[in-house]
Structure formats: structure tokens, C-alpha cells
Design a protein around this ligand. Structure first.
Ligand code: SAM
Length: 634
């Protein structure tokens, strides 16, 4: 898959410009991993192609968005931190509030809401339900609208609420159809909304800010931006709770740990100012009596101080500058008595005049830190402390400027910060990889569940098929039995046919068996001999239409009578021509072929040469014998 490169940055710019979402501040390692993963899913090979894909498939952004924003969360996630919050931090936060003051809580990066409802349960337990409803507002925000929709429904399945104790689950959730819904009356105190931590204004005057496992997805620069917003969001006594991978070691100017291990921090007020008590200690009143005698000593001590110092009178004149100050800046003893505003030091390396005014006005020490100063090609880092000097009745005598060379300690601090940052980054990456693995795990679990369902469906289909198979088998058996029976009957029939055939063949007379429509059903060997047509040529043909030497039309009345049920016997002698073309007289006797019910289902014609009479070759009139009366042709 593609390496992070210019085309990846182009992709991020594309998302920013076209979809209004800025991923540029997210850590590249995790970001590229997740984008690569999505590209693999849609079968795109590089970032440039993916930009094209996004342009064509507008719905793809949502899928990408869901892949990038990891929504792993849970009720009481990292239980130890919540227990510490309940036992140690909450009493402190509540103590800082008026008894009826509204408690403002913010869950930033709340995902599907479990964190916000965890806070609600902890606070309701601490305050009681009524007070909770009256005093608590929990703002819960995320950038992911889908996650927020889920959070607003406040409904979770059995697996999701497994980390809530039975007791709390009983008290705070209504159960219906295997789902657990957070109590509606308390749910009203939790306000969900979309807030992009990178771009949107923070919520303000927050007493307890919970932002867990979210910062770690951002790079150091974006983390700094977010942290100064979180700093702004907190009330002066507010407390910040981070996730266990987030240490803030490199942001000591904004937050100081209350308990670093549990990732609980307090806000550092800005600007940094020291306590005025220091001044009171500076001039103990009981030493006034001997002060004149010690002046020289004090002056010498001041001159020899390892700190560069300049003293300025209340009306802005330089009263003293020591040796260190002379060595460091362009000031010297000769400037004593000159207005401080006339010397370069008053505005370089830093504009000092307004700080001096501030120290005068506020009667407190003012500090200016991290001043860059280049001297003789060497870059120094200085902190300046401007301390007002007051006499016993607190009127201002002047100020003293003390310059601390903190180059070395700054270097060490920067190195430490850098190391801390690397440590934090490594730790956060570990955590985010862990969360990704959790997501992947969940995805795998759901795939496994799907497979299990498919498997069960297959099993039940299989069982159905087996049942059908068994049914088919038994139908098959039945068919087989019917088949066997049919075969038996067929062979019975064959035997009967053969028997009939033998009889028919054995008869000296020609036999034609007709059905009710006078179609030929059977035709024996003798009939073949007589008329020269084989059985297979004749079966199925209408008897009266046969083109043989017998004048079949003349038999119509005879056959009709037989078919009408007249048992006969009916006989007729006809002149005919045999197969050799010789004229013969044929005696035809017709008798009924009776069905099982006794009715005539056809006729049997016996055709015999009548040797008692000689044919005259002229086709003499047929003579019919009926009902036992014999007649013969003339
Ligand atoms: C891993 S979850 C943490 C959920 C919860 N705080 C916890 O610790 O269980 C990270 C959340 O940060 C959200 N997030 C990512 N970028 C964000 C941004 N720019 N602004 C606000 N939330 C963001 C994600 O949508 C996701 O819901």
C-alpha cells in the first residue's frame, strides 16, 4: 500500500476542502494505516486514485470517516480511574462549588455516550437523584454524528452494559427486550452536541473536563492547540481527566498533575505571578535601626550577586546596576541616575517598561519568561523578575529587575520535554494501536457471529434438505413398489397377451378384434394369410376403411348390431378376393367383445373360407345368418 507522501497530503487537503473535515492534525501513523485499510476494502491502490474514487462515490466519505474515527469506548472504561475520580476528585470539585452551584461537566470525544452516562451515574450516586437533576449539566460532544445519534438514544445491549455493576444497572437502566435504556429523568441532564476539538470554540466554565483517549490521535502541534482550548474551558478550580495514555508532561505551563498516574490535572492560571509575601520578608522592620551601618555591606552584596540586577527608583531613574548586569547588558555605573527608559535594556531584549508599570500598580512580582537574548554570538535564554520595593508603610520605593540565565535549565527542560513528547507519542501510539486492535477484534467478532449465523442457517437448510431427502426416499420407495407391481402386472399382461396370441394363432379362422369405433385391436396370423396385411400394418386402422379383398363396408350392419349389444351370433357369407387374387367366399361371424361390466366394448370377427359354396366371381349378394338361422350365398 502507498507510503505517506505528497499524494497523501493532497488527499487530506481534498477532504478538508470538499467535505469540511480537517484530518491534517491527526497522527500520520495511525491515519495512514486506517486510510490504507479502507482503500484495501474498496480495492484502490494509491492515494491519487482514492481521491478520484471519493469524487465518484460520494458515500465513501462516511465509510472513510467511520474507519478513521475510532469509537472504542465503554461504561467505566479503566475502572480504577473512575474510582479515583469518585473517591478523591469529586469531593474536591464539589467542595470548590457553592452548595447550590451548578456543576458543569464536559465529556469531550464522548463517542457513543458511555463515558457521559458513567459520569452521570457517579455524580447521581454522590449527590442523590434530586440534587443531580437540579445541579448537574453534563455536556457530551464528539465530531462523529453517527456516534452522537447512538449516544442520544441512550440504549445499549447486554454486552455493552456488562461493565456496569448489577446494582447500578438496576438503578440507572430500564430494561426492555434485552436492551438497556438509561433512565429518562436523568438522561435530560446530559446534553449531546457536535464539537470538533480542533476547530470549534470550547464550552466554558467547566468544573470537570473529561477528555479521554481522544488527544492521542492528534499530532503534537494539534494537541497543543486543543489543550489551550481545554485550558480556556476550565473554570479556575476546574479539573481535567485524561485517558491513561495521555500524560501532558510537555504542557506544564497549562496543566499541572494532581495525580499523574491517574491522569488528573488542574489548570495553571495565566499569566504566571508569584505571591507578594516574598516582599514582606525582604525588609524586616526591626532591622531599621541598624540599616545605615549595613548600607555599604548591602550595596556590596548586591553588586556581587550572581544574578544580574538593576534597581530603578519609583520615578524611573536607574539607582543601581550590579556587575553581572554590566557584563550582560549595555549598562554600567555611569548610567546610575539616568532615566531607565533611555537605556537600551528598557526595551531590548524585551519591552520591560510596561511590566515595571504593572509591578508598581499591582504591588506584586511580575515575571517575564523565556526571553531570547543573543550576546557575543551566544544565544541565551533569560527569565526576568520585576519586584516592587516598598517601605514599611507599603509605599513604592522602586523596583528591582533580576535577570536569571536559564539557558542551561531551558535546554535541559526542552530536552526533557522532547523526550517526554516522544514517550507520550510512543505510548499514545501503543494505545491507539491497541484501540485499533480492539476495533478489529470487534469487527472480527461480528464477522464470526455472522459466520455462526450463516452456519446455523446452513445447518437448518441442511436439516430441511435431509428431511426432504427422506421424504423423497420414501416417495421413491413407494414408486419402486408401484413400479414392481406394474412390472408384475405387465408380465401378467404379457403372459395373457401371449396366451391370447397363441389362441389367436391357433385358430383356423382369421380373427379381427375391433373396438367400439371399429378400429382394429388385434389381427391374427390366419387373417394375415387371408388378406395379405400384417398385424402391425393394420392395428389402429378403421376396419371398414381397410383396403383388402373383403368388402368390409358390407359388414357395417352386422358389426353395428354386435356393438349395439345384440349378442348374435351374426354371420354373413361374402364374396371376396384373397391375397393371391383368387375369388373366394368368406363366412364372417361377428360376436361381441364384452367388457368387465358385461357391455359390449368391441366386436370379434371370425373370417373363414366357406368351402361349402363356390364363388361365382360376380360378387353374389351376401347372405346373412342371424339368430341361429343359417343362410348361404347362391
Ligand atoms: C477512542 S474514542 C474515546 C471515547 C471515550 N472518550 C472513551 O475514552 O471511552 C475517540 C473519540 O474521539 C472522537 N474524535 C476524533 N476526532 C475528534 C475531533 N476532531 N473532535 C472531537 N472528537 C473527535 C472520535 O469520534 C471518537 O468518538
Amino acid at each position: 500500500m502507498s507510503q505517506p507522501d505528497a499524494s497523501f497530503e493532497t488527499l487530506l487537503e481534498h477532504l478538508k476542502e470538499n467535505r469540511g473535515f480537517d484530518f491534517t492534525g491527526y497522527k500520520r501513523s495511525s491515519l495512514t494505516r486506517r486510510v490504507d485499510r479502507r482503500m484495501l476494502q474498496v480495492g484502490v491502490g494509491n492515494y491519487a486514485e482514492y481521491v478520484d474514487y471519493l469524487e465518484v462515490h460520494t458515500e465513501e466519505f462516511t465509510a472513510l470517516f467511520n474507519t478513521i474515527l475510532i469509537n472504542v469506548t465503554g461504561f467505566f472504561r479503566d475502572a480504577e480511574a473512575w474510582e479515583y475520580l469518585r473517591a478523591e476528585i469529586l469531593p474536591r470539585v464539589l467542595a470548590a462549588k457553592a452548595p447550590d452551584g451548578v456543576l458543569r461537566v464536559w465529556s469531550a470525544g464522548c463517542a457513543s455516550g458511555e463515558e457521559a452516562y458513567t459520569l452521570a451515574m457517579i455524580l447521581a450516586e454522590a449527590l442523590g437523584m434530586d440534587e443531580f437533576r437540579q445541579r448537574v449539566k453534563i455536556y457530551a460532544t464528539d465530531v462523529d454524528e453517527d456516534a452522537l445519534t447512538h449516544a442520544r438514544h441512550a440504549t445499549y445491549d447486554e454486552r455493552q452494559v456488562r461493565s456496569v455493576s448489577d446494582e447500578l444497572r438496576e438503578r440507572y437502566f430500564d430494561q426492555a427486550g434485552g436492551r438497556f435504556c438509561f433512565r429518562k429523568d436523568l438522561r435530560r441532564s446530559v446534553i449531546f452536541g457536535r464539537n470538533d476539538l480542533v476547530q470549534d470554540a470550547p464550552i466554558s466554565k467547566i468544573d470537570l473536563l473529561v477528555c479521554r483517549n481522544t488527544l492521542m490521535y492528534f499530532n503534537a502541534e494539534t494537541q497543543s492547540r486543543i489543550l489551550s482550548r481545554l485550558h480556556f474551558a476550565l473554570a479556575p478550580a476546574g479539573v481535567l481527566l485524561l485517558g491513561k495514555a495521555e500524560m501532558l508532561l510537555s504542557h506544564a505551563e497549562l496543566f499541572l498533575p494532581i495525580d499523574l498516574k491517574r491522569r488528573v490535572f488542574r489548570k495553571v492560571p495565566r499569566p504566571v505571578a508569584l505571591n507578594g509575601a516574598f516582599l514582606a520578608e525582604a525588609a524586616p522592620s526591626q532591622s531599621r535601626a541598624v540599616m545605615g551601618g549595613l548600607d555599604l555591606l548591602r550595596h556590596a552584596a548586591l553588586l556581587a550577586s550572581p544574578l544580574a540586577q538593576v534597581v530603578i527608583t519609583a520615578d524611573g531613574l536607574i539607582a543601581l546596576c550590579n556587575r553581572q548586569a554590566e557584563a550582560l547588558f549595555e549598562v554600567s555605573d555611569r548610567d546610575v541616575g539616568r532615566p531607565f527608559s533611555d537605556v537600551v535594556l528598557s526595551y531590548r531584549p524585551v519591552e520591560l517598561r510596561r511590566y515595571i508599570e504593572q509591578a508598581h500598580a499591582e504591588r506584586r512580582i511580575v515575571q517575564v519568561t523565556d526571553i531570547e537574548y543573543v550576546r557575543g554570538g551566544e544565544a541565551l535564554s533569560l527569565d526576568v523578575q520585576i519586584s516592587p520595593l516598598t517601605d514599611a508603610d507599603a509605599s513604592v520605593l522602586g523596583v528591582t529587575l533580576s535577570f536569571h540565565d536559564v539557558t542551561e535549565s531551558r535546554r535541559l527542560r526542552d530536552e526533557l520535554q522532547q523526550t517526554n513528547r516522544q514517550l507520550e507519542t510512543a505510548y499514545e501510539e501503543l494505545q491507539s494501536t491497541n484501540e485499533e486492535l480492539e476495533t478489529t477484534n470487534e469487527e472480527l467478532q461480528s464477522t464470526v457471529e455472522e459466520l455462526e449465523t450463516t452456519n446455523e442457517e446452513l445447518q437448518s437448510t441442511n436439516e430441511e434438505l435431509e428431511t426432504m431427502n427422506e421424504e423423497l426416499q420414501s416417495t421413491n420407495d413407494e414408486l419402486q413398489a408401484i413400479n414392481d407391481e406394474l412390472r408384475d402386472r405387465t408380465s401378467d399382461l404379457d403372459r395373457a397377451n401371449q396366451f391370447l396370441e397363441t389362441i389367436l394363432t391357433g385358430l383356423r379362422a382369421g380373427v379381427a378384434v375391433l373396438d367400439v369405433e371399429m378400429r382394429v385391436l388385434a389381427w391374427n396370423r390366419r387373417a394375415e394369410d387371408l388378406w395379405g396385411l400384417r398385424q402391425d400394418e393394420i392395428v389402429g386402422q378403421h376396419f371398414l376403411n381397410l383396403d383388402i379383398g373383403l368388402p368390409t363396408q358390407q359388414l357395417r350392419p352386422l358389426i353395428r348390431r354386435t356393438l349395439a349389444g345384440d349378442a348374435g351370433p351374426h354371420e354373413i357369407v361374402l364374396s371376396a378376393v384373397n391375397r393371391r387374387g383368387r375369388p373366394i367366399l368368406v363366412r364372417v361371424a361377428s360376436s361381441p367383445l364384452n367388457g368387465t361390466d358385461g357391455s359390449a366394448s368391441g366386436a370379434i370377427l371370425l373370417m373363414e373360407r366357406d368351402s361349402s359354396a363356390q364363388p361365382d366371381g360376380t360378387g353374389s349378394e351376401p347372405t346373412e345368418q342371424h339368430d341361429g338361422q343359417a343362410s348361404s350365398s347362391g
